[in-house]
Design a protein around this ligand. Structure first.
Ligand code: AMP
Ligand code: ZN
Length: 495
C-alpha cells in the first residue's frame, strides 16, 4: 500500500485514487521568464520520481503541467526587451523541454499554456462573480477570501489579522500579507490585454492552474505537486478558486518538495545564487549524476547543493554502473552454489517498501546497495554463472524505470570492466559496503604498477601509458615521485 504525506492534513495517508488503477496528477510548471535553475529541477525530478513509481506500481498516470507564459515576471521581461510574450518566452520553453529530456524526465500528457486558456479562466472568474466569491474594483476582479471559510487550511496561514477588503495585485506575496488576490487585472500601459466577456484585462497567476487542471483532469483529481514555496499563496488560492466555483473538493493529495538551497538559502533567480543545468554540464558532469543527486535526498528534506555532494552522487552512481558492467561481463557457464533469486527478491521488496513509504528513497537505495554488497564479491570471485546474473540484471533494469539514472560502467582502455571506482574520504550511500573489495583492488593496482614499471624499463612507453590510462579510468591516478610510484584515488574522468 502506497502512503504519501499530504500537506492538507499534515499526515502520512494511504493513497487511494479516485478511479482504481489510474492517477490524475497536476504539477505546477515553470514561469517561463528565464532559464530553469536546478532548484526548479529538484521539484520536477521529484515529481518524475513520484510519477515513475506510480507507473511502476501499475497505475496509468495522466499528468498535466502548466506553462506560465503570462504573469508579472514574463510581462516585465518581455517589456524590457521590447518583445511580445510569445517571442520572449519561446527560448525558455525550448530550454525547459530540452533540459527535461536531458534529465530523463518523462514528458507530461499536456503542457497547457496560460495564454492559450484565457477563455477557460474567464469562465471560472464569471462563475465566481455570479456566486459572489469575486468582486470588481477599478477594472480588476478580486477573490474575496472572507467568503471562503476554508481559506488557510492548506498553508495554515493565520487569518486573524486579515483586514476585510484588503487587496493586492502582485502575483506573489508573503504569508504575513494575506489579502484578496487578483483573478483578473485591469488593462495597464505596456501590458497585454484580452477583450473578454468579463471586460478587458489579463489574468492573475493563480487562476490558470484552477482553469487548466479542471479542463484536463476534471474538477476533483488525485495529486497536486509543487515546491513548498507554492503552498502559499499559490496553492491556497487555487483551492479557494476551484472549490468556490465548482462546489466540490479540488484535490485529494497535496505533495510538496522542500527547497534546494545554497549555503542555507533557497536557490532563486531573484537571489542570484543559482546554477542552471547548463552551468553544471559545462563543468563536465553527467546529467544522470545531477539526477541522482536530486532524487537521493528525500523530497521533504532540504537539499543543500554543493559540488562535493555532486561528486558523491557521481561516485555512488559509478559504483552501480561498474557493478552492472561487471555482471554483464560474467561468462561462467556452470551455476555457483549461492542461490541468487531470494537475494534479488529481498532487494526488490526493500526497494518497493521504501518508495511506498512516502517515497523514502534512502531506504530504497540502501536495499539496492545491500544487494550490490553481497553479489559483487561473488561476481569478482567468478562464483556465479551468466545465467545467475539474469535476475540481478532484470532487477537493475526494472528499478531503473523508476530511478532513471542509467548506471553505466567505467570501462578500461581495453573495454574490460575491472572493478569499482572509489572516492577517498567521501561517505556516500553504501560506501562502507565496498571495504571488502578494497584489499583485493589494492593488490591488483600494485600488480599493474609493477607491469607499468616493467614496460617503462623495456622502453615500451605505449604499454606503460595504456596501463596508466586503464588505472585512471578506474579512478586510480599514478604519480611518479622521487621515492617511486604513488597512487591515489580520484573520481574517474568521463563517468
Ligand atoms: P517557478 O518557475 O518559480 O514558478 O517554479 C517552478 C517550480 O519550481 C515550482 O514548483 C517551485 O516550487 C519550484 N522551485 C522553485 N525554486 C525552487 C528551489 N530552490 N528548490 C526546489 N523547488 C523550487
Ligand atoms: Zn500552479
Amino acid at each position: 500500500m502506497i502512503r504519501f504525506h499530504n500537506t492538507l492534513s499534515g499526515k502520512v495517508e494511504s493513497f487511494e485514487p479516485i478511479e482504481p488503477g489510474s492517477v490524475k496528477l497536476y504539477t505546477c510548471g515553470p514561469t517561463v521568464y528565464d532559464f530553469p535553475h536546478i532548484g526548479n529541477w529538484r521539484a520536477y525530478v521529484f515529481e518524475d520520481l513520484l510519477k515513475r513509481f506510480l507507473i511502476f506500481s501499475g497505475y496509468k498516470v495522466t499528468h498535466v503541467m502548466n506553462l506560465t507564459d503570462v504573469d508579472d515576471k514574463t510581462i516585465r521581461g518581455a517589456g524590457a526587451k521590447g518583445l511580445s510574450l510569445e517571442e520572449y518566452t519561446r527560448p525558455f520553453i525550448e530550454a525547459f523541454d530540452r533540459e527535461r529530456d536531458i534529465l530523463n524526465i518523462l514528458p507530461a500528457n499536456h503542457y497547457p499554456r496560460a495564454t492559450e486558456h484565457i477563455r477557460e479562466m474567464v469562465e471560472i472568474i464569471q462563475i465566481l462573480l455570479d456566486k459572489t466569491f469575486a468582486y470588481r474594483k477599478d477594472g480588476s476582479i478580486y477573490f474575496a477570501i472572507a467568503k471562503f471559510p476554508a481559506y488557510g487550511r492548506l498553508s495554515k496561514v493565520n487569518l486573524e489579522d486579515l483586514r476585510p477588503g484588503s487587496r493586492g495585485d502582485a502575483d506573489e506575496y508573503e504569508k504575513d500579507s494575506v489579502h484578496d488576490f487578483a483573478l483578473w487585472k485591469a488593462p495597464k500601459e505596456g501590458e497585454p490585454v484580452w477583450e473578454t466577456e468579463i471586460g478587458p484585462g489579463r489574468p492573475g497567476w493563480h487562476v490558470e492552474c484552477s482553469a487548466m487542471s479542471s479542463k484536463y483532469l476534471g474538477r476533483t483529481f488525485d495529486i497536486h505537486c509543487g515546491g513548498v514555496d507554492n503552498i502559499f499563496p499559490h496553492h491556497e488560492n487555487e483551492i479557494a478558486q476551484s472549490e468556490a466555483a465548482n462546489g466540490v473538493k479540488f484535490v485529494n493529495y497535496w505533495l510538496h518538495c522542500h527547497h534546494l538551497v545554497v549555503d542555507g538559502e533557497k536557490m532563486a533567480k531573484s537571489k542570484g545564487n543559482f546554477y542552471t543545468l547548463a552551468d553544471i554540464l559545462a563543468k563536465g558532469y553527467d546529467p544522470y549524476d545531477v539526477r541522482y543527486l536530486l532524487i537521493s535526498t528525500h523530497y521533504r528534506k532540504m537539499l543543500n547543493f554543493t559540488f562535493d555532494a555532486l561528486e558523491q552522487a557521481k561516485a555512488a552512481r559509478s559504483r552501480l554502473g561498474n557493478f552492472f558492467g561487471a555482471l554483464k561481463d560474467v561468462t561462467r557457464e556452470s551455476d555457483g552454489i549461492q542461490d541468487i533469486r531470494p537475494l534479488v527478491e529481498a532487494a526488490r521488496a526493500g526497494f518497493v517498501a521504501g518508495l511506498e513509504d512516502d517515497l523514502n528513497i534512502s531506504e530504497s537505495l540502501a536495499s539496492l546497495f545491500s544487494l550490490v554488497k553481497i553479489i559483487y564479491p561473488l561476481v569478482t570471485q567468478g562464483a556465479i554463472s551468466r545465467r545467475q546474473t539474469q535476475p540481478v540484471l532484470e532487477f537493475f533494469f526494472s528499478i531503473d524505470e523508476v530511478l532513471a539514472i542509467k548506471p553505466s560502467p567505467v570501462r578500461s582502455a581495453s573495454g574490460k570492466i575491472t572493478g569499482f571506482s572509489s572516492v577517498e574520504g567521501k561517505a556516500t550511500a553504501g560506501e562502507e559496503q565496498y571495504a571488502d573489495v578494497e584489499g583485493r583492488l589494492e593488490s591488483e593496482i600494485q600488480k599493474k604498477i609493477e607491469a607499468r614499471q616493467k614496460a617503462r624499463s623495456e622502453k615500451d612507453f605505449n604499454l606503460a601509458d595504456e596501463i596508466r590510462e586503464e588505472l585512471l579510468s578506474q579512478g586510480i591516478l599514478l604519480e611518479d615521485t622521487k621515492d617511486g610510484v604513488r597512487w591515489k584515488k580520484i573520481i574517474p574522468p568521463g563517468t
